[in-house]
Ligand binder design. Structure first.
Ligand code: SAM
Length: 234
């Protein structure tokens, strides 16, 4: 198995030496998972591919060596923490609503001795109204958090003009894409690329949707969670 992970690292142009840190991350994740519900993926090999390589897949299309990344609804760290491990110069902010996951994230940041990682316990729609976080990030991502219209409303307020929002997705997306494109126009973003993930051990039609932030997101977004649920964009 480790060969599959090594092959994935190689395909992404990453050093095989990273594997040791990822094995430690997996060990902690699976151990904590027996006490807290952190991930549905319990098979150790699938953690390496469906969590770690899948998170790292963003590097196939985003090549900046220095960047500010925000990961919304990161759960136990995906995709933000693997990206930080592979790109030590990035400044990474992880936002997560569930306290036990935040506790795990802070533990992992300590264990892996990562610098310039901010872990925030909060909801994206609340933090996104704080001036310090608006238009503040080069790259914003969120994996498996919501449908595209809500994801774009969460992400766009944080993204600087000219920055990118990269959303990993899988499965049938035809209707969601129509609504997503309309939502994007409302929050000042536009779809730039739709890339199939081509990495070993990942063969379930995963894609990366890249949206470019063309203008500042209007101040009224993100709305409250209740308003977003009642009147979704798109
Ligand atoms: N991104 C991780 C992954 O791909 O494995 C976790 C996905 S999990 C299905 C969704 C996570 O998003 C949960 O941990 C949940 O607490 C968090 N979440 C959902 N809505 C959120 C919000 N509005 N703000 C912050 N976190 C949120």
């Amino acid at each position: 198995m480790t060969n599959v992970f090594q092959e994935g690292l190689q395909r992404l142009g990453l050093s095989g030496e990273l594997e040791a840190a990822f094995l430690r991350y997996r060990q902690e994740l699976l151990e904590w998972n027996t006490r807290f519900n952190l991930t549905a993926i319990k098979d150790p090999e699938e953690v390496m591919t469906k969590h770690f390589l899948d998170s790292l897949s963003l590097l196939a299309i985003y090549s900046q060596d220095e960047t500010t990344l925000l990961d919304i609804g990161t759960g136990p760290g995906f995709p933000g923490l693997p990206l930080k491990m592979a790109r030590p110069h990035w400044r990474v902010t992880l936002v997560e609503a569930t306290n036990k996951k935040v506790t795990f994230l802070r533990h992992m940041v300590d264990v892996l001795e990562l610098e310039h990682v901010e872990v925030i316990h909060g909801r994206a729609e609340e933090l996104g109204q704080k001036p310090a976080y608006r238009s503040a990030f080069d790259l914003v991502t969120a994996r498996a958090v919501a449908a595209l219209p809500a994801l774009l409303e969460y992400c766009a307020p944080y993204c600087r003009v000219g920055g990118a929002i990269i959303l990993p997705k899988k499965g049938e997306l035809q209707d969601e894409m129509v609504q997503g494109k309309r939502a994007a126009a409302q929050v000042g973003a536009v779809l730039e690329a739709d890339t199939v993930v081509d990495l070993p051990g990942i063969n379930d039609g995963r894609r990366l949707l890249t949206w470019r932030q063309q203008k500042r997101c209007p101040e009224q977004y993100p709305r409250s969670g209740a308003a977003m649920a009642k009147r979704p964009l798109g």
